[in-house]
Design a protein around this ligand. Structure first.
Ligand code: ADP
Ligand code: NG1
Length: 458
């Protein structure tokens, strides 16, 4: 049965963060909020850069979230403010086209992505006027999905303010689609877990149709997040979309080599489905069909029998037009092998063999090596941090999220957590005053949190 996000009555005075947000809202707007909405960030345990290729991923929600206080009015305006002074106030009219400037991905455009998603879903000529104050605790641009938490929170806020009702699945799909207005062509993992998460369990997220299945994590270990303190804003750079595009081109090349109708195929998973092949067979196919040297425009156009114009408009995104060479073999190898690791991770969690923790740790380590060497989405600081985590007692450690900076997630046996935290602190954070200052919010144990929620004052 389709379920909607929970609406919970809460005593604001008993929750320090909500109380502070309420005060900030009253100071700003001279009235009390009508409701609050929150959407969590996430940590992906395994399955990196494969959601947009159609493959399942295995994230869990984290405690850190984006929280908004909202009032609804007849002002004809949506007014946005943020408790963090780094994010400036912004307002837009309730009717007319909501413009999102992807050349300049400021915070309010992420919020407006969520607003626009709901406006389009219900074809609303005019939205309800509202005032919002946003308060976020997800470290930004660090692979824990602060951007999607913001988009999901905005989608939920807009739904509620306009007295509409949507299931968690519908909201996840709308928010995955509308976040692409900011320019990054993500696959939907972040928005799905933000809505579908449940406290105490990680989730296997499958796409088409979107589905979330509980994954029980082993009792003997905990997951620790550590931030390498290098920020990477996905919308402001082309790293992310270059990988999306490389996977799209690899899809076409593999389809072409096996005489499939490549015009209909855009994702690597679709080639596997069409061929009815196993992931092992797809890995062999990649070795047979694709060479390891980067492909030029010229070569791709010849093989696919398309013009450079078609290549530019049909396969590349706006921010990847400058790319001259594409590593297709390496990217496809990563995707098919990572998709297999997700399935193995889930099956180890389900069957709980005696050596579960070692097996899961090995899969996480293989995933990191593949992200680093084949997908090239790590960075020196993140590799150093992953090495330190392994030397400090983790059985598995890997980058999480898009990469090129941001966080690692490590699996640490329960009895080693304290010594692990101390060793990582000493080796990675304390030697550098900038990192030392960020340590408290950068190194923490996490457990599966709940999904997006609306709060009403009791
Ligand atoms: P992530 O990996 O965390 O999703 P992105 O680089 O995709 O990172 O997006 C980060 C952007 O999201 C920030 O630059 C900012 O515009 C927005 N953002 C994140 N947290 C907040 C917040 N608390 N308030 C406002 N905007 C935020
Ligand atoms: P983050 O780390 O939130 O930027 C991005 C994509 C995901 C997924 C991961 C890599 C967006 C909104 N999110 O996550 O869909 O592809 O990278 O696994 O684009």
């Amino acid at each position: 049965m389709a379920t909607n996000p929970p609406k919970v009555r809460i005593e604001i005075a008993a929750n320090e963060r909500l109380q502070n947000l309420k005060k900030a809202f009253e100071k700003k707007h001279g009235e009390s909020p009508l409701f609050y909405a929150c959407a969590p960030g996430r940590v992906n345990l395994i399955g990196e850069h494969i959601d947009y290729c159609g493959y399942s991923v295995l994230p869990m929600a984290i405690e850190q979230n984006i929280l908004a206080a909202v009032s609804v009015n007849n002002s004809g305006t949506i007014t946005l403010a943020n408790t963090n002074p780094q994010y400036n106030d912004y307002s837009v009219p309730c009717s007319g086209e909501i413009a999102i400037d992807r050349e300049n991905p400021k915070w309010h455009y992420y919020f407006l992505c969520g607003v626009k998603g709901i406006q389009e879903k219900f074809e609303l000529a005019s939205l309800a006027g509202m005032s919002c104050v946003v308060d976020g605790t997800v470290p930004p641009s660090s692979g824990l999905s602060s951007s999607s938490a913001l988009v999901c929170c905005a989608g939920l806020v807009t739904m509620e303010a306009n007295q509409k009702s949507l299931s968690k699945v519908a909201l996840a799909e709308i928010c995955a689609k509308c976040e692409r207005y900011i320019g990054t062509e993500g696959g939907g993992m972040d928005q799905s877990i933000s809505f579908l998460a449940e406290e105490g369990t990680a989730k296997l997220i499958e796409f088409q149709p979107l589905r979330a299945t509980d994954v029980k994590l082993p009792n003997g270990a905990v997951f620790v997040i550590s931030n390498c303190c290098v920020e990477m804003n996905k919308a402001a750079s082309s790293h992310f979309n270059i990988r999306v595009v490389e996977c799209r081109i690899a899809t076409k090349m593999l389809a072409q080599a096996r005489s499939l109708d490549s015009s209909k195929l855009l994702k690597l998973a679709q080639v596997q489905t069409e061929l009815q092949a196993s992931l092992e067979e797809m890995l062999t196919l990649v070795d047979e069909v694709l060479h390891t040297e980067p492909y030029s425009w010229d070569e791709i156009c010849k093989v696919l029998d398309i013009t450079p114009d078609q290549f530019s408009t049909e396969l590349l995104s706006a921010n990847t037009q400058h790319v001259t060479h594409f590593k297709l073999h390496q990217r496809a190898k990563h995707v098919y092998s990572e998709a297999a690791r997700v399935l193995r991770f889930k099956s180890v969690c389900d069957s709980e063999p005696a050596e579960s923790i070692k097996l899961l740790g090995d899969l996480m380590n293989q995933s990191h090596a593949s992200c680093r060497d084949l997908y090239e989405c790590s960075c020196p600081e993140l590799d150093e941090l992953v090495d330190i985590c392994l030397k400090s007692g983790a059985v598995g450690s890997r980058l999480t999220g898009a990469g090129w900076g941001g966080c690692a997630v490590s699996m640490v046996p329960c009895e080693k957590v304290e010594s692990f935290l101390q060793a990582v602190r000493t080796a990675y954070y304390l030697p550098d005053p900038r990192k030392a200052a960020m340590e408290k919010q950068s190194l923490f144990v996490t457990k599966p949190g709940g999904g997006a929620t609306i709060f009403l004052e009791e």
